[in-house]
Design a protein around this ligand. Structure first.
Ligand code: BEZ
Length: 222
């Protein structure tokens, strides 16, 4: 099983560190970031959840609610949260600024295609890979990335891609290689020259290419 871009994200019910949630109701009108983790009390995951906590303001600015998941219990999640807060220098703080889902039966892991067959727990059960799901306010899947357990994510890239998703959701542009918020964008190939001149009053620069097709059109970020 798995989920494709554009699919409605399942409105699952789950036990979390903030109690039982139904995903759509919990998300409300925000964007969502769901990150899965192989297991509690593991080193790479600890660095990732620590950075997620430190980036709370960055995600808030973008109207993104974060939620984590691993296959351990709520009790373990609470114990692990204390370790994570200690690691980031917040030893007085008990809870993380986002919930962690307890997917002990691996129901969500199977439904969302997150299991990593290469990583098993001590009972031989598969652990979750490092999935990244970005869900839009319309509850559809906007982005998915799957990392193996042995490779930690890059949260600069996750913030960058959210900037692109939010920009391209409302403006008729695409973002080029290594784009960062504020940099030049590409005019969508489907936009005619006439429409482009109205939509992008800051101007359009077209690179001349051997094909003369005029498709490489740059515009300042609208
Ligand atoms: C970790 O988070 O460090 C980890 C978890 C499972 C396998 C490898 C690394």
């Amino acid at each position: 099983m798995g989920i494709n871009l554009g699919d409605t994200f399942p409105n699952f019910e789950a036990d979390t560190t903030v109690g039982k949630i139904r995903f759509h109701e919990w998300l409300g009108s925000s964007w969502g970031l769901l990150c899965s983790h192989p297991a509690d009390f593991t080193p790479v995951c600890t660095t990732e959840l620590g950075l997620m906590a430190k980036l709370t303001l960055e995600f808030k600015k973008r109207n993104v609610k974060m939620i984590a998941l691993s296959v351990d219990s709520v009790k373990d999640h609470h114990g692990w949260s204390k370790d994570i807060n200690h690691y980031i220098g917040e030893s007085q703080v008990q809870n993380l600024p986002f919930p962690i889902i307890a997917d002990e039966k691996r129901e969500l892991a199977v439904q969302l295609g997150m299991l990593d067959p290469a990583e098993k727990d001590c009972q031989g059960l598969p652990l979750t890979a490092r999935a990244v799901f970005v869900i839009g306010p319309d509850k559809t899947l906007k982005l998915s990335i799957l990392y193996p357990a042995t490779t930690g994510r890059n949260f600069n890239e996750i913030l960058r891609v959210i900037d692109s998703l939010q920009l391209t959701a409302c403006k008729k542009v695409a973002t080029p290689v290594n784009w960062k918020n504020g940099e030049e964008c590409m005019v969508l190939p489907s936009i005619s020259a006439e429409e482009a001149s109205i939509l992008f009053p800051k101007g359009i620069r077209t690179d001349d290419l051997p094909s003369k097709k005029g498709y490489l059109r740059f515009t300042p970020q609208p």
